[in-house]
Design a protein around this ligand. Structure first.
Ligand SMILES: Nc1nc2c(ncn2[C@@H]2O[C@H](COP(=O)(O)OP(=O)(O)OP(=O)(O)O)[C@@H](O)[C@H]2O)c(=O)[nH]1
Ligand SMILES: [Mg+2]
Length: 391
């Protein structure tokens, strides 16, 4: 699973990336700090099922801290987009090719209203303006790609299928294409779509294939609440999360130095015995106030909302011993796998290993010990043994 971080320049995309991945990347108060993409791994969190069995898990593909499973996903941060990027303005939009294969997008904007859509400082800008601009540039980016293949697609016996094949690198499927054409009441004629229709189709395909959440960042800055409300009014309250990447990054750094104990997503932290300098203690006091006021930084919430909300994922634990919930080496609940809601035991087998899937016989429920068919639909937190003739 790949999540793309996109937005206008100077909104805090790289700060968010750094908070998520704890990787050091370039962050600065001017536009176009990021040129080449930053790629990394971060984690979504879910309640681990270890407690249910009274066991302590020994994760291999993930981590488990205090009963919370941290399941890895890939994340990418790219250069800032500006108006006219599709015509080559700013860094252009070619770099968006790096997020073509993303499953969803975190669209970062500046809730403090102190940077305009080109990333230049201002006093009271409306962040909804840069969200609109970014969505439009992303649609233009996809449209320009579709236009390049339009002749060939339109001449095909089945243009819908040809378009889906052509756009497979964008993780756009036949279902996305069919739904987009249906929603727009559109057909692809032999002579191809007009430029305007191609843009409408691209915008609809983006909406369907790259769901996004708006990270209303810099919400630690006093007065940002009104801008968050403007964003919610335009894009819906469930699409907008007010967050503070810089605060989360500072807390994670203090934690990695052993200065504080802080759980991701928490609205407080504790000082540890390592001790902080006077300067660090003063900063931490300010951060503590922000955490209290905002009920946390809401950074981890963004990721969980994207993966479990937008992408409708569930967590499933494959095991080899359905009684002990272990792998063949005795590791308890070694893997936690993210699957789309509606996935079957066969999909789980595919995620574990294609050979195991090819020779899969059936599965066994780790709780009821019932035999499950290959097309049995899994649910969140299932513990499942796959029985396969593959060795
Ligand atoms: N107050 C506040 N400042 C932030 C926050 N997140 C980022 N910033 C600041 O915003 C500026 C831009 O941050 P970056 O992470 O480099 O922004 P970007 O969107 O990656 O910028 P480009 O790569 O240039 O497009 C830096 O000065 C950050 O310290 C936040 O949550 N609160
Ligand atoms: Mg950046």
């Amino acid at each position: 699973m790949l999540i793309g971080i996109v937005g206008a320049p100077n909104k805090g995309k790289s700060t968010l990336f750094s908070a998520f991945t704890e990787a050091a990347v370039e962050i600065a108060d001017y536009p176009f700090t990021t040129i080449s993409p930053n790629r990394g791994t971060t984690y979504v969190t879910a309640q681990c099922v270890e407690k249910e069995k009274g066991l302590k898990c020994r994760p291999k593909n993930s981590r488990c801290i205090g009963g919370t499973r941290y399941i890895p996903i890939s994340i990418i941060d790219v250069a800032g987009l500006v108006s006219g990027a599709h015509e080559g303005k700013g860094r252009g939009n070619q770099f968006l090719n790096d997020i073509a294969s993303s499953d969803a997008i975190i669209l970062v904007t500046d809730a403090s209203g102190r940077t305009d859509p080109s990333g230049v400082p201002c006093t009271s800008c409306n962040p909804a303006d840069d969200v609109r601009m970014v969505l439009s540039e992303m649609a233009e980016w996809l449209a320009s790609s579709i236009r390049k293949g339009m002749k060939q697609i339109a001449r095909n016996q089945n243009p819908g299928e040809a378009l889906a094949t052509y756009l497979s690198g964008f993780k756009i499927t036949r279902q996305h294409v069919d739904a987009a054409l249906k929603n727009l009441n559109m057909q692809i004629p032999k002579e191809g779509l007009s430029d305007g229709d191609t843009l409408s189709l691209a915008a609809e395909l983006m909406r369907l294939s790259k769901p996004f959440i708006i990270a209303a960042n810099k919400s630690d800055v006093p007065g940002s609440e009104a801008n968050v409300e403007k964003l919610k009014a335009e894009y819906g309250s469930s699409e907008v999360i007010a967050c503070s990447a810089a605060v989360e990054l500072a807390l994670r750094k203090a934690r990695s130095k052993g200065i504080i104990r802080y759980d991701d997503g928490s609205d407080s932290f504790e000082m540890s015995s390592v001790g902080a300098s006077e300067e660090q203690a003063a900063v931490l006091k300010t951060l503590s106030g922000i955490l209290k006021r905002n009920g946390g930084t809401h950074v981890q919430e963004i990721l969980n909302r994207v993966v479990f909300g937008l992408l409708d994922s569930i967590v499933v634990y494959p095991v080899e011993d359905e009684n002990k919930w272990t792998d063949s080496n005795g590791n308890v609940l070694p893997d936690a796998i993210l699957l789309k809601k509606g996935s079957t035991t066969m999909d789980l087998a595919m995620a574990v290993h294609t050979e195991i899937a090819k020779k899969m016989l059936y599965a066994v429920d780790g709780r009821t010990h019932a035999r499950l068919a290959k097309n049995h639909i899994l649910k969140d937190s299932d513990v499942v043994k796959i029985v396969s003739a593959a060795k």
